[in-house]
Design a protein around this ligand. Structure first.
Ligand code: PHE
Length: 357
């Protein structure tokens, strides 16, 4: 067969191959050990020099043309195979999940979603920070220098520092997110930061890991009145009660001045606690005006910018709203508890529908 005829035949077979396996078979037939082109190349060795000069360029050209055609066809078939696979494995994320739905949303996640919804409506963004935090962000920048007695109040889990490295802690509160936000963004700032925090403490009302939500507002002319209104608005929306009275008691946090503890008016009815009225008081969070030294540590001028911050235990909020009695049950992963207290996964809290109703 002439090289031209062989080339036409091989090219035809290459274009006819419709799978990568079929193409590989053609490649072996042409260029494999016993392939037709390989045989031609081998035959050159037995020719006289003039004969060889006469046919070798045609054989070379044949080998190059066929190799290039194989490559091109291989790329085409590869693309086609990928397209077919993407088509076959396509998932329509907009379809509703097929019942029955096994899992449920944990009350903590539910309450975090409710908080985000309520504060988003007030113009707050959700901020985050790392749970393994630097000593500086967790303490020093918050006006709690080394050896400050307030450090002892926190029962901190310390990590062993790397050689010459910074000492890291498991964050003991969400307040370091205040620092990270003030350093990363320009005021005005309105954020909440829900998340996990850690303290070396464990009994019926304390677990070594629990959840807080931090709130931070920085703007010009911010005062305690703004804090009180914001907290009242939040508590009314969260507990879905209009008759809410808050009581601010002076307190001390190194990163606030002044600092307050906030109680919500409540009453006991047949052994259960109801939010509303003023016959009883329940402490729900710590708050205050951001200390000028904290502002300075974040590069903000306290003469221009003021702000308030609050920090609130999410687990406690969930217990109060949904009537759980033992904090430890939150983290036992008991399916019966999760079934009883969990939320349907498609029930996204919205203000218009009443959060968590
Ligand atoms: N970080 C404080 C705590 O964990 C709570 C707090 C936050 C108090 C912000 C005042 C302002 O106890």
């Amino acid at each position: 067969m002439s090289t031209d005829a062989l080339q036409s035949e091989l090219l035809a077979r290459i274009y006819a191959a419709d799978t990568l396996d079929a193409l590989e078979a053609v490649r072996l037939a042409a260029l494999g050990k016993a392939g037709q082109i390989t045989q031609l190349m081998k035959s050159l060795g037995g020719l006289q020099p003039e004969e060889r000069l006469a046919v070798a360029p045609a054989y070379q050209a044949l080998r190059e043309t066929v190799s290039a055609a194989l490559e091109a066809r291989k790329a085409d078939l590869g693309r086609a195979a990928l397209t077919a696979r993407l088509e076959a494995e396509r998932i329509d994320m907009s379809l509703p999940p097929a019942p029955p739905l096994a899992g449920s949303v944990h009350p903590i996640s539910q309450v975090m979603d409710e908080l985000s919804e309520i504060f988003a409506d007030l113009g707050f963004a959700v901020a985050e920070g790392p749970e393994i935090e630097s000593d500086w962000h967790n303490f020093t920048a918050l006006n709690i220098p080394p050896e400050h007695p307030a450090r002892a109040m926190h029962d901190t889990f310390y990590a062993t520092p790397a050689e010459g490295g910074e000492r890291m802690v498991l964050r003991t509160h969400t307040s370091p997110v205040q620092i990270r936000t003030m350093m990363a963004e320009k005021p005005p700032i309105r954020i909440i930061a829900p998340g996990r925090v850690y303290r070396s403490d464990s009994d019926a009302t304390h677990t070594p890991m629990f959840h807080q939500v931090e709130g931070l507002v920085i703007d010009r002319g911010i005062h305690l009145g703004h804090l009180k209104w914001t907290l009242e608005t939040f508590v009314k929306a969260f507990f879905e009660v209009d008759d809410v009275t808050l009581r601010l008691r002076p307190s001390y946090f190194p990163f606030t001045e002044p600092g307050v503890e906030v109680d919500v008016g409540c009453s006991w009815e047949n052994g259960t606690l109801k939010i509303g009225g003023t016959s009883s008081w329940m402490e729900i969070l710590g708050a205050g005006m951001v200390h000028r030294r904290v502002l300075e540590n974040c590069g903000l001028d306290p003469a221009e910018w003021q702000g308030f911050a609050f920090g609130c235990g999410i687990d406690r909020l969930a217990m109060l709203k949904y009537g759980m009695t033992d904090l430890r049950a939150f983290f036992d992963a008991d399916l019966r508890w999760l079934k009883h207290f969990g939320f349907a996964s498609l029930d996204v809290p919205t203000l218009s529908a009443g959060v968590g109703a």
